[in-house]
Design a protein around this ligand. Structure first.
Ligand code: PLP
Length: 373
């Protein structure tokens, strides 16, 4: 057995070092440095947007998006229950109420068909989240939002370089957000970005990112923001990564196809859909779901794989089953069986950009051993 294969290892062998050295040599390390603006402009252009606002992380980008759209107490926001805590947290912290829908059993994205039934007079927005590799079916969702006058926040954290019917993910929301955590296709270590087309809204996001300092009276505040600024060091990394996004996307797709071949024929294992009507899977992570016939759950499978030297991560745990929310009276009595099952039977395999073909073969052999034993 070789070394432990980590669930994610980023690839940093482009211009990262050069741009970072430039920061150090020029002394520009804070958020005032020139790479920040350049990264914002290039990233926004890449997803077909007018404005980009770089921030400290993807969770902060969601906090800013919710506040920039003036969502708050009395407002309801519809989102998938099968997602990361950051989505619901940004809504709850604003004082608004999260309203969740279940996942689709094939794409693992929010079941768009369940959204309309959850719209009430208090509904103000839909927070769309693209999960793991395939985008949400946006056209019906955007039509619903238009018909009911709802804002759309698009969390595209896992979708750098992905498209929906040929249009870039990140181009659909009133505000769309990204994360640059090291397992994302473009990483800055920690980092995030908001993109939109409305310069006024972008200005509001910039202010919220920077503690709502006012240009005219700096230390007098009309509103509370955050220090969610991105540093020049982070933006330097981001620029170097962005230069290689097409290559990274191609690599991830090839990795996904290879896993699908290597794992084919293992009984009891659901793999990610390769494509659907509106997109080819980008395989942000390569998830697998254990069939109900297998007499063990994801936790046990992950334990076995770890013993075989393979790193894994569990799938998301649904928002309606989060103690932090249910303890406060949210989601009382709600059941969303698809998400509940995905949480218990799903996990993902090593999927980082630095993963080699040999490592993939070792992962697949270990999965076979862990599942068929
Ligand atoms: C990674 C991720 C986030 C959070 O981003 P951070 O930069 O880690 O705060 C938000 N939403 C989704 C869907 C993500 O995958």
């Amino acid at each position: 057995m070789g070394d432990f294969i980590a669930v994610n290892e980023p690839l940093l062998d482009g211009n990262e070092k050069r741009y970072l050295m430039e920061c150090i040599e020029t002394g520009w390390i804070s958020s005032e440095g020139p790479f920040v603006k350049e990264f914002e402009e290039r990233f926004a252009r890449r997803v077909g947007r007018e404005c980009g606002i770089a921030v400290a992380n993807g969770s902060g980008a969601l906090d800013i998006a919710v506040k920039a759209l003036r969502l708050g107490p009395g407002d309801e926001v519809i989102l998938p229950t099968f997602t990361i805590i950051s989505c619901a947290a940004s809504i709850v912290r604003s004082g608004a109420t999260p309203v969740v829908v279940d996942a689709d059993p094939v794409t693992w994205n929010m079941d768009v068909g369940q959204v309309e039934a959850r719209i009430t007079p208090a509904t103000k927005a839909i927070m769309v989240v693209h999960i793991y590799g395939l985008p949400v079916d946006m056209d019906p969702l955007l039509e619903l939002a238009r018909r009911h006058g709802l804002k759309v926040i698009e969390d595209a954290a896992e979708m750098h370089g992905q498209t929906y019917r040929g249009r870039p993910c990140g181009s659909f929301g009133d505000i769309s957000t990204f994360s640059f955590y090291p397992n994302k296709h473009v990483t800055t270590g920690e980092g995030g970005m908001l993109v939109c087309d409305d310069p006024g809204l972008a200005e509001r996001c910039r202010s919220l990112r920077n503690l709502c300092f006012q240009p005219s009276r700096r230390f007098v505040h009309e509103e509370l923001g955050w220090n969610y600024r991105m540093t020049n060091l982070q933006a330097a990394l981001g620029l170097a990564q962005l230069e290689r996004l097409d290559e990274f996307v191609e690599k991830k797709r090839a990795m996904g196809r290879r896993y699908r071949e290597l794992l084919a024929g293992i009984p009891g294992l659901q793999m990610p859909a390769g494509d659907c009507d509106f997109a080819d899977n980008i395989f942000w992570v390569f998830g697998v779901v254990l069939d109900d016939e297998l007499p063990f759950d994801a936790q046990e499978a992950m334990r076995r794989l770890s013993a075989l030297g393979i790193g894994t991560r569990p799938f998301f745990w649904p928002m309606h089953e989060q103690p932090v929310f249910t303890g406060g009276g949210l989601f009382a009595g709600e059941r969303h069986p698809v998400a509940e099952r995905l949480a218990r039977r799903g996990f993902y395999l090593p999927s980082g950009l630095a993963l080699t073909g040999d490592q993939q073969a070792r992962v697949a052999a270990a999965v076979r051993e862990a599942v068929c034993r």
